[in-house]
Design a protein around this ligand. Sequence first.
Ligand code: UT7
Length: 336
Amino acid sequence: MSGAAVLAGLGTFVPPRVVTNDELSLTLDTSDEWIRTRTGITQRHWADPGTATGDLAVEAGRRALAAAGTDTVDLVVLATTTPDHPCPATAPEVAARLGLPHVAAFDLAAVCSGFVYALATAAGAIAAGTATRVLVIGAETYSSILDPEDRTTSVIFGDGAGAVVLRAGEPDEPGALLAHDLGSDGSLKDLIIVPGGGSRQPPAGAEKPGPRPADSYFQMQGRPVFRHAVTRMAASSQAVLDRAGWSADSVGRFVGHQANVRILHAVADQLGMARDRVVVNLDRVGNTSAASIPLALAHAVTEGLVAPGDQVLLSAFGGGVTWGSTALVWPDVPVH
Ligand code: UT7
């Protein structure tokens, strides 16, 4: 057995409640036309109150394990921006609910790049021999941190979860993660932020005043984020193409973070890749942050856009700011 990480199954879950652009236009100064033309989004799914990220993660994780035909892993990595609690991590409870007691489990916080970071982290654990099978989950309930009065964020984000099982295998097998590229620039941390609730602005206590209520909400400076997302996703994608020895032309499908169709097209243009290689499902689910890439992958496979043997490039950009990319040849595995 070698140390390559090979994708063995994919599972996803979105909460049933669909929120359309028209529904948001009833309470916000926005319109279906603005949201569609500026982002490409037409609807998103929001969890009902009482449903948390862990609940979505369990469903996606269960489906990924079933798709991979296994009920054991050595490690669960949960990428999320919206954990069930500030402490403890959500992953151990998800593992326990999946019938994986006592396995290593932790959360990974890289915002919208979280899933790509988690893939690289899991591949590292497999390469190091500390795990032979890893459940990697990206799950979010952004509806719990959106300011319902902020039209610049509330129309963008959705809830959902996606998961894959990675197993130890050979680097020349279909499904082997062939190359990774990760990066960050913390000098830009204010571009995407929930300012309150951490150690810099702790929740209100007996002696200290807490953060302003607005500081508990997600805030984003959309225009500079757009610019950095294009630059960083293009450069990171190119780094992975170089490491994998692929040309942009040889990529069958580009599965980029689903923030904005205009960003995805701009990245394809910078890479010299035809825009029809770009997978788009943000119209149906919005920006689901760490869940976005597995949801887009599942969409691509079930719609017949990605078939076994296709060269697939994954790339993401998110808060931190962070970015990352991965390349693999799509394997013949089920999607649940
Ligand atoms: O997932 C992590 C990474 N996130 C991203 O990659 C998001 C990147 N950013 C974007 O996708 C875009 O910047 C947005 C979709 C967030 C915004 O689109 P934009 O074309 O950059 O719009 P803008 O922020 O420059 O705003 C243009 C106008 C403004 O009005 P004025 O100042 O021109 O009068 C905004 O106030 O659109 C206004 N606006 C809206 N109007 C109707 C902003 N949000 C809305 C809205 N409905 N929901």
